[in-house]
Write a protein that binds this ligand. Structure first.
Ligand code: UDP
Ligand code: MG
Length: 341
């Protein structure tokens, strides 16, 4: 088989602490694979700056001036991990046979990419990196992650257990991914929907090399809730079920109360009254909240806003067939200035 052109896509948000090391390790590794004739010499690293507020973009840009292998895309603002990843994958699919997406923090074992490529050569279009164990995570993160996968499975969403966004995708698979137009993006749920021949490769996950997690508890919870409500209407059904059950229960109670009334045993039941008011009120608010979550999703989808906006793209700069070149809009001096910003 001919050597595939590989692009490694790395979304970065405020990663100046770790980026230098990540670039060094990935460059060395890609170089090695090129030397071993595993991948084509025109393989690239593509760093997507997701509107960082620190020196992430200048770092990417300068590295690209010294090393032709390093390319960068700067998004116009922080669009979120999933959108940054998507921007990178779509840009990379143009000029490569396959792409590997990996986080900037070196938590995923980069040497596993070799196994990804082997599986790709065996004809797999999607290769999922799966963590063997989560011993480096805090017990809370471990438990919440396991709980999340369990809930997703129970709700009938087909996601790969312990797989984050470390995966190989062929350009053909990415072309198909482009047809999934949803704004509420949860790639882990969407990618299995593409189908094609796919497999998993397991690896040990390390601790973050440097810097802090960009997923604090609040973001993590909202990401999990997004994942659930983007793929499953089971929560709404569950609420309808609770509503139906409480209706039946209230009918039974109604009968009971009437019997009590006519047999002359009624008491001024303030306690039961106030309890049920609070209970039903609470249930109703939860139900409305859940439905609101879905209505909000429909609202967002119906606006069809762009998922990301590219400010500068040095990856497709070198590709003459691409009409959306940064060079059309910026002179080299301007680009350099941007790099220093
Ligand atoms: N990230 C991003 N945009 C964001 C948040 C995170 O591009 O708004 C990137 C981040 O730079 C990293 C990856 O997404 O490369 C995963 O983030 P992190 O490692 O902080 O998440 P964790 O591994 O702690 O779940
Ligand atoms: Mg991480």
């Amino acid at each position: 088989m001919t050597k595939p052109v590989l692009t490694i896509v790395v979304p970065c948000y405020n990663e100046e602490a770790v980026l230098g090391e990540t670039m060094k390790q990935l460059c060395q590794f890609l170089d090695q694979m090129i030397q071993e004739n595993m991948v084509s010499p025109s393989s690239k690293l593509l760093f997507v700056d997701d509107g960082s507020k620190d020196k992430t973009w200048p770092l990417i840009y300068r590295a690209g001036l010294d090393n032709n292998m390093i390319k960068g895309i700067k998004l116009s603002r922080n669009c979120g991990h999933q959108n940054a990843l998507l921007a990178g994958l779509f840009a990379a699919s143009e000029g490569s046979d396959c792409t590997v997406s990996i986080d900037a923090d070196l938590q995923d074992d980069i040497t596993v990419i070799r196994a990804f490529i082997e599986e790709y050569k065996r004809g797999h279009e999607i290769v999922y990196g799966v963590r063997k164990e989560r011993s480096v995570d805090t017990p809370f993160k471990r438990l919440s992650a396991i709980g999340f996968y369990k809930i997703m499975k129970a709700l009938g969403v087909d996601i790969i257990f312990n797989h984050a966004d470390f995966r190989l995708m062929s350009s053909r698979a990415i072309k198909e991914l482009q047809h999934f137009g949803e704004i509420n993006l949860f790639l882990r749920g969407i990618v299995p929907l593409i189908g094609f021949k796919s497999t998993t490769v397991s690896y040990d996950r390390a601790e973050r090399f440097a810097g802090e997690t960009k997923y604090p508890l609040r973001k993590m919870l909202s990401f999990a809730l997004d994942g659930i409500t983007s793929f499953s209407v089971t929560p709404i059904r569950f609420i309808s079920l609770i509503g139906f059950l409480s209706f039946i229960v209230s009918l039974l109670f109604g009968c009971y109360f009437f019997i009590l009334k006519f047999s002359g045993h009624t008491q001024t039941g303030w306690t039961s009254l106030i309890t049920s008011i609070w209970l039903i009120g609470g249930l109703q608010l939860i139900a409305i909240g859940f439905i609101g979550e879905y209505v909000g999703k429909i609202y967002k989808e119906s606006k069809r806003r762009p998922r990301y906006i590219i400010d500068i793209d040095t990856y497709n700069l070198a590709r003459p067939h691409n009409t959306n070149l940064a060079s059309d809009h910026f002179s080299t001096d301007q680009l350099l200035e941007e790099g220093n910003r």
